[in-house]
Design a protein around this ligand. Structure first.
Ligand code: F6R
Length: 239
C-alpha cells in the first residue's frame, strides 16, 4: 500500500485532488466510484475549483457511488444523491446521465442490488474513493464474521448510527438500513484511494497500519489485499 503522510486535512484534500485530476487527464473517459461523508468534502471542493479553472473536464467521466441510506426521499438532505449534487455534480461539467448514486427507495431492493452489481461489473471501475468509519467500515460494510462480496442491504451498527447522527436532528432519525457495494465490488476496482483524516480516526488509522491482517471485524483491513491502494492521511495522526 502506498502511504502519503501529509501536514493536515487541507493538504490531504489537495493531494487527493491532484491524483484524481492526473488520472482523469490520463483517461478522460474513466469510471470513478465516489464516496460521501465529511472526509471527501475538501477533495470535492478542489475538484470543482480545478474544473472551473479548466484543469480537468468531467464531460466523459462516468461515476457510481459506494452506498446510500434506504428510505430517503429524493430531496432529503441526507440522501447521498443530494450530498453528491451539492458537493460535486451540480458544480462540474459532468452530464447527468453519466452518474449513478444507488437509489434510496427502489421498488424491489433485492433485484436492484443485483442490477447495481451487474452495472458495476460491466463498467469496470478504474478509480475508487474510500473513507473509513471509526469502527473500520468501508462503504456500509460493517464489522462482522463474514463480509458480503456484492452489493447488498446493510444493517447499520449502533456505533455507525451514533456517529452519523451528527447529520440528523436526533439519533432516532438515522436510517437503520442502507444499500452498499460489497467488499468484492470495492476490491475489483483497479485503483483505490483511501482518505483517513481527523482526530476521531486516529485509532482506526493506527490499527490499520499496525495490523496487516485481513480482518472481517475491521473491514478496511482488506485494502491490504489489493494491489493498488494509495492511503492519504495526516502525519500527526500516526502514533
Ligand atoms: C460514505 C461511506 C462511509 C464513509 C465513512 C466515513 O459513502 O461509504 O463508509 O466513508 O462512514 O465517513 P466520514 O468521512 O463522514 O467520517
Amino acid at each position: 500500500m502506498k502511504q502519503l503522510f501529509l501536514k493536515d486535512y487541507d493538504e490531504v484534500s489537495k493531494v487527493a485532488s491532484e491524483l484524481f485530476i492526473e488520472e482523469i487527464n490520463r483517461d478522460p473517459s474513466l469510471t470513478i466510484c465516489f464516496a460521501t461523508g465529511s472526509t471527501p468534502e475538501g477533495l470535492y471542493k478542489y475538484l470543482v475549483e480545478a474544473n472551473h479553472a479548466g484543469e480537468v473536464s468531467f464531460k466523459e467521466v462516468k461515476s457510481f457511488n459506494l452506498d446510500n441510506y434506504l428510505g430517503m426521499e429524493d430531496d432529503d438532505e441526507n440522501n447521498y444523491e443530494t450530498y453528491m449534487k451539492e458537493n460535486l455534480f451540480d458544480h462540474i461539467d459532468m452530464p447527468r446521465e453519466n452518474w449513478v448514486v444507488p437509489n434510496s427507495q427502489p421498488e424491489d431492493i433485492e433485484q436492484y442490488c443485483r442490477d447495481y452489481e451487474e452495472r458495476l461489473i460491466k463498467a469496470d471501475i478504474d478509480l475508487l474513493l474510500l473513507g473509513v468509519g471509526e469502527n473500520g467500515h468501508i462503504a456500509f460494510n460493517e464489522p462482522a464474521d463474514k463480509l458480503y462480496a456484492h452489493t447488498h442491504v446493510a444493517h447499520l451498527t449502533d456505533n455507525t448510527i451514533t456517529v452519523n447522527s451528527r447529520f440528523f436532528e436526533n439519533e432516532s432519525e438515522v436510517p437503520t438500513k442502507a444499500i452498499t457495494m460489497g467488499m468484492g465490488s470495492i476490491l475489483r476496482a483497479k485503483k483505490i484511494v483511501l482518505l483517513i483524516t481527523g482526530e476521531k480516526k486516529r485509532a482506526t488509522l493506527n490499527k490499520l497500519l499496525k495490523e496487516p491482517f485481513l480482518n472481517p471485524q475491521f473491514p478496511v483491513s482488506f485494502v491490504w489485499g489489493h494491489r493498488d491502494v494509495t492511503l492519504i492521511t495526516e502525519k500527526n495522526l500516526v502514533d
